[in-house]
Ligand binder design. Sequence first.
Ligand SMILES: Nc1ncnc2c1ncn2[C@@H]1O[C@H](COP(=O)(O)OP(=O)(O)OP(=O)(O)O)[C@@H](O)[C@H]1O
Ligand SMILES: [Mg+2]
Length: 261
Amino acid sequence: MVAPILAFVSVKGGVGKTTLALETASSLANHYGKKVLLVDANFSAPNIGLYLDLTNEITLHDALLGVGLHNAIYEAHGFDVVPAAMDYSEEVDVYRLKKVLEKMKYRYDYIILDSSPHHSEMKPVIAAADKIFVVTTPDHVTLATSLKAAMIAKKNNTPIEGVVVNRIRDPKHEEDLGDIEELMGLPVLARIRDHKKMIKAMYHKIPITLHDERNCISREICRFVSSIVGEPEKPFRFFELMLPFKMSFSKEIINRQLSKE
Ligand SMILES: Nc1ncnc2c1ncn2[C@@H]1O[C@H](COP(=O)(O)OP(=O)(O)OP(=O)(O)O)[C@@H](O)[C@H]1O
Ligand SMILES: [Mg+2]
């Protein structure tokens, strides 16, 4: 199998692109047994090295300058990671990303890209990706800017799989799934709550999908990942095991099922 390259994008900062890229990589590897390469393609403000406590000696920047990408691969929590350089002096051609990843497509099951919210850095990521997930929070301000990311992907003819709504805090006063789908013209594939345990996972520098498998964020990410791999959603609670049909009423579950098909 040739690994699909999946990218998490948004035009707004801080919505959870890095978190989603990292947790998706972790879930693909640890829940579904896939061989995963997570690449920090946030060229100017990379975070994955910091999230995972990696010492980034050789990085994506070196690979873009001609060093073999295999030299920049580090292992973390069951998957492989290519961090980017926090400081770099030489200008790099970010559009080489697609070429640099080419060989890795035969060594992994999935390649996941984290991206910058900046237009100029997101474009090469979208160009390198086979599928895009737009990450947004459920407020109308962020949603309006999220549309931009979707438009850039559409212009590039990179298929957009759907939207991940992250950091849901107060559903009563936030846009609901129907509004978001109507505005974005895209299916919502996951709805992830804002949860204080993210801070704990960040503190321990371990993905929450590993650190706290039963947390609602971990469970939703695991279900979202099931639609990526096309495998049944993993039941986490007794009632989910006994009553799988109960889940099928929620719209994002139906979207995930359609995405699998
Ligand atoms: N569901 C969540 N619940 C609680 N905190 C979250 C959640 N998702 C992300 N965060 C926190 O929000 C902050 C920003 O997340 P993250 O770094 O993933 O955003 P980003 O979109 O990658 O930002 P940037 O555009 O700056 O790269 C982090 O502190 C992260 O731990
Ligand atoms: Mg980030």
